[in-house]
Design a protein. Structure first.
Length: 45
């Protein structure tokens, strides 16, 4: 594993950015689905 990081030093930054992007997408999807669920359950007046 260390040989791979020695050969490609920017690989760790690419993996970290991929993880951050996937976490951001997960949070956005999770909060958007929560808003839809609460707005559907409210009775109209």
């Amino acid at each position: 594993m260390s040989e791979l990081l020695d050969e490609y030093p920017m690989l760790i930054f690419a993996l970290e950015s991929l993880l951050a992007l996937s976490l951001l997408i997960f949070i956005v999807v999770w909060t958007a689905s929560g808003k839809k669920k609460t707005s559907r359950n409210k009775p109209r007046q």
